[in-house]
Design a protein around this ligand. Sequence first.
Ligand code: ARG
Length: 267
Amino acid sequence: MIFKNFKKFMSIVIVVIITLSFVGCGSEVSSIEKLKKNGKLVLGTSADFPPYEFHKEVNGKDTIVGFDLEIAKKIAKDLGVELEVKDMKFDGLLAALNQGKVDLVISGMTPTEERRKNVDFSEIYYKSVQTVVVRNSDKNKYKENVDLKNKKLGVQKGAIQEEIAKNQFKDSETVALGKISDLIIALNSNRIDAAIIELPVATSYVKANKDLCISDIKVVNEESGSAVAIKKGNSDLVKIVNETLEKLKKDKLIDKFITEATKLSEQ
Ligand code: ARG
């Protein structure tokens, strides 16, 4: 009798184990399967960051271009799906990712320890340094950190520059704005005195804004580099993204994308 019940019990245990293992497999493949089923990969980005991502009129149509976009296109191609782009404020990107509104974020985003608590990151695909942009007329006045004492220092909201401002420019007043373009407008209209912006982006805006320049003020890179952000638990997608990045690096295509995007941003 006991033996009979034991057999029955064991068969139930086995069925439960098999069912659970299927559920497990299901969630393992789900992110890629889901993407393929939908036939599209939705990219979240903040298109205020030339040459990474920016708006440009292509054949008379407003388009988001840049080297992050070229990377996203390649990932979509390797997955065999279409790419859809959603432009949003930088500080809303990771929430959109975790709410499932976008499948990945490529936005010159630095994989900081803080962000790693909420999302996963690919390998770093590009490294840059920080600069401080000021008005030409102030270039000789603002030469080192202390010169910005009691001055208004602009940063992008939610970006690592916000932390850099607080850690390295303790005596300045930090002004956090949504878009990099807002920082440029604020500089041009004397509402802020300086702004911390990554070198390639600063170079691009300074070229387009003749009254602005990159100052001699030094910024220490606390955490740097850009990586692709992916919702936690989608290790299969992280793996595919890393494989694509690896191929792009090996074929020197990231360098090519950067050169082309820089040219495009200067036209
Ligand atoms: N690398 C900085 C960060 O991760 C700034 C990135 C800003 N990107 C953008 N598309 N505006 O916080």
